[in-house]
Design a binder for this molecule. Structure first.
Ligand code: AHM
Ligand code: MG
Length: 289
């Protein structure tokens, strides 16, 4: 879609500006908590302002909302709506691990089935960007101050790595059983605690499974539908993988509030089928009691 090009260009510019701030900015915390109750770091807020300033100038963008904002900010009538996490994993900057920015682009309402595109930026040893539109997920890498295409991302049927999120002591036994059985099959652990690099690794290595399940202390999971889960759900599906909450396609989940969370699983077909089977069996078991 031609109109998305200027949005992708704007997001590319945002990537360069946030990358500069990460290199030199203050990683201290501020006395503010976002809607999800996370203490914000100064860089979260600086990054949020960068996104707002750049997207305000892009004609095609009507409105934005972010993990750091209570409510949407309206720029103009019509146009696309963008929901984003300006700096995901910001608590990892202190220890110099990779972090990212995540964007979902909507036509109409902020709902999974209204997504028309998604983008993420990875701030790692190198600056990278991935854009997705229906049928095409493209990988870019920074070279001489510009994003240059590297190639298309396509998932295989089955991968080799697992990124199992959430505190293990708070996992439900059937979830632990699933993860343990995948490890017994030979999967290897790859979890940094940054959703963007963890999912980027699965996408580039051809497959695997990232999970952030319901836990006994967080029955609705941790990750936010609009700012983290839907954009990656779209990207995984367009790359030939799947994204579910255990049983249901993530993009079919309803949205009640901007900061809603959901359990989530992203992966290639084989691993997601394993998740679905386990979670459906569990649902059946609950029904019987
Ligand atoms: P954030 O938006 O406050 O940075 O939180 C999101 C991050 C994800 O990047 C990551 O997958 C998850 O939180 C890790 O959570 P945990 O520390 O519970 O494993
Ligand atoms: Mg986040």
């Amino acid at each position: 879609m031609e109109q998305l090009k200027s949005i992708f260009n704007g997001i590319g510019e945002i990537g360069f500006q946030i990358a500069e701030k990460i290199k030199t900015g203050d990683t201290g915390k501020v006395e503010h908590y976002n809607q999800s109750g996370d203490q914000q770091v100064k860089l979260d807020l600086v990054s949020d302002q960068i996104v707002e300033q750049v997207l305000k100038k892009v004609e095609e963008v009507g409105e934005i909302v972010s993990e750091e904002k209570r409510e949407p900010v309206r720029f103009r009538e019509g146009g696309f709506k963008i929901a984003y996490d300006p700096l995901d994993g910001s608590s990892l900057i202190d220890v110099n691990l990779s972090v990212g920015s995540i964007f979902g682009i909507y036509k109409g309402e902020y709902r999974g089935d209204r997504l028309v595109g998604a983008v993420y930026i990875v701030y790692g040893p190198r600056l990278e960007m991935v854009t997705a539109v229906p049928g095409k997920v493209l990988h870019y890498r920074e070279r001489n101050g510009k994003f240059e295409p590297v190639g298309e991302i396509k998932l295989k049927e089955k991968g080799k790595i697992l990124a199992p999120g959430g505190t293990q002591g708070k996992w439900f036994p059937f979830h632990k059983g699933l993860i343990d059985s995948l490890f017994r099959e030979g999967y290897r652990l790859r979890y940094s605690g940054g959703m963007v690099p963890d999912l980027h690794q699965i996408l580039l290595k051809g497959g695997g499974l990232f999970s952030y399940p319901a836990t006994t202390d967080k029955p609705a999971g941790k990750l936010r539908k609009l700012f983290e889960v839907f954009p990656f759900g779209f990207i995984f599906k367009e790359a030939g993988g799947e994204a579910i909450d255990g049983t249901t396609d993530l993009l079919e989940l309803g949205v009640k509030g901007y900061h809603d969370t959901t359990p989530c699983f992203f992966g290639s077909k084989y691993e997601i089928e394993r998740v679905r089977k386990t979670y459906l069996e569990q649902k059946e078991r609950i029904k019987r009691y």
